[in-house]
Design a protein around this ligand. Structure first.
Ligand SMILES: [Zn+2]
Ligand SMILES: [Zn+2]
Length: 165
């Protein structure tokens, strides 16, 4: 995802809107989403604006990516859309490369891949759920409690909560 900044840098426009819809290559995804239980299920959508604010530029970006993962309680495969919104200061100053607030461009081209994937990986839920009230598996017999009580006589935390109310 490369954005040509020329119109802003030349002073032709104050605001440069952009929008990309793009395939996520497996290689790319495996580098950025390493360690996450995430399978990409569709195109990545990136849109935003680069704004000229007298002397420097600011990037506003909204990203979404459909994925599938496994519920952290019951283990069932579940789908979701990972979304994030972020801002960066756009700079040509290479010494800012290590600074998280900055995104550095070269040859008037802004490479968005790194920040976009990085933000997505941060926004990915650490404990994904198939539904917010997933009951999980019985800790004793392993039955999926969403499909009904197993009857093995276990007490789960939810039952305890109810008893104290
Ligand atoms: Zn679940
Ligand atoms: Zn049970």
């Amino acid at each position: 995802m490369k954005l040509d900044l020329s119109p802003v840098l030349n002073g032709e426009v104050k605001e440069l809107p952009f929008s990309f819809t793009q395939n996520v290559l497996d290689d790319e995804a495996s580098v950025y989403f390493k360690g996450l239980d995430m399978t990409v299920r569709g195109d990545i959508k990136v849109k935003g604006t680069v704004r000229d604010i007298s002397g420097y530029c600011e990037l506003d970006c909204t990203v979404s990516l459909p994925y599938s993962t496994h519920c952290s309680r019951c283990g069932k495969e579940t789908e979701g859309v990972c979304e994030c919104v972020f801002q960066r200061i756009v700079s040509s100053d290479g010494s800012r490369l290590e600074d998280d607030e900055y995104i550095v461009y070269a040859d008037r081209q802004l490479e968005l891949d790194g920040p976009v994937y990085e933000e997505l990986s941060i926004s990915f839920p650490s404990k994904p759920l198939c539904k917010t009230d997933c009951k999980g598996l019985c800790p004793v017999c392993g039955q999926d409690l969403n499909e009904g009580d197993c009857g093995c006589g276990h007490k789960n935390e939810n039952d305890n909560d109810k008893a104290t109310l």
